[in-house]
Design a protein around this ligand. Structure first.
Ligand code: MN
Length: 228
């Protein structure tokens, strides 16, 4: 059997390696830092909730280079959300939090870019978030830094045009990485190649064409993009 046309595989580079990480799915956690939940108008602790982006929404940016993200269509309010990304080397259903670390391939720095105006309209109408969250190039991501520990602390920040916009610590997550993997695996069978965007600290705001976004997570790496 042959393919009707060449199959396409989204990939992310791996730090210190010639091999590439093939992306299976992109899961995202909503409202996982209390201060960000507050700025979005929510105050009580709630069970983690998830949404997805298509695998080929990744915009991989190798360490030391500046990625170019085209400003998306149909929005006047493109927001940045800096996030720690967990990359999985294996998966399963109903993973126990105590076993979560066994499935971690490594970590990357990601941006959950959001058409906030379209997301806000979808929320109001009770419609899906796909156009607000799952558009082309909506997931800029750094090289993956191999690691198998459960990351529980470390600063996370985003600087836009030289000014700090978002600043927090991984330790402020409402649902830890282990709890997130455990919860997510009750809804979906996780697989090698899955990426999990673990939520953003407060300070989300709009960016425009020409802006330079420089994100980092302590002990992982950096991610730099320019909007074109
Ligand atoms: Mn997010």
């Amino acid at each position: 059997m042959q393919f009707a046309f060449p199959p396409q595989q989204a990939v992310v580079p791996i730090d210190g390696s010639d091999t590439l990480f093939p992306v299976h799915r992109i899961y995202c956690v909503g409202r996982n830092y209390a201060e960000h939940a507050k700025e979005m108008g929510h105050s009580e602790r709630e069970a983690p909730f998830f949404f997805m982006k298509p695998a080929d929404a990744v915009l991989p940016v190798a360490n030391g280079s500046v990625g170019e993200m085209p400003y998306p269509s149909r929005t006047q309010d493109l927001h940045h959300e800096i996030e720690l990304v967990v990359a999985l080397k294996s998966g399963g259903k109903n993973i126990l939090a105590a076993d979560a670390a066994n499935h971690i391939f490594g970590y990357a720095v990601g941006l959950d870019m959001t058409r906030r105006d379209l997301q806000g309209e979808a929320k109001k109408q009770g419609r899906p978030w796909s156009t607000g969250k799952g558009f082309d190039y909506s997931a800029p991501i750094s090289s993956i830094h191999p690691a198998s520990d459960l990351k529980t602390k470390g600063s996370i920040q985003l600087v836009v045009n030289g000014q700090v916009r978002q600043q927090g610590d991984i330790g402020q997550m409402i649902w830890s990485i282990a709890e997130t993997i455990a919860h997510l695996s009750t809804y979906f069978e996780l697989r090698a190649g899955d990426l999990i965007f673990t939520g953003t600290p407060s300070g989300v705001a709009a960016v425009v064409k020409g802006d330079v976004l420089d994100g980092s997570v302590e002990g992982v790496s950096g991610l730099k993009i320019r909007l074109t």
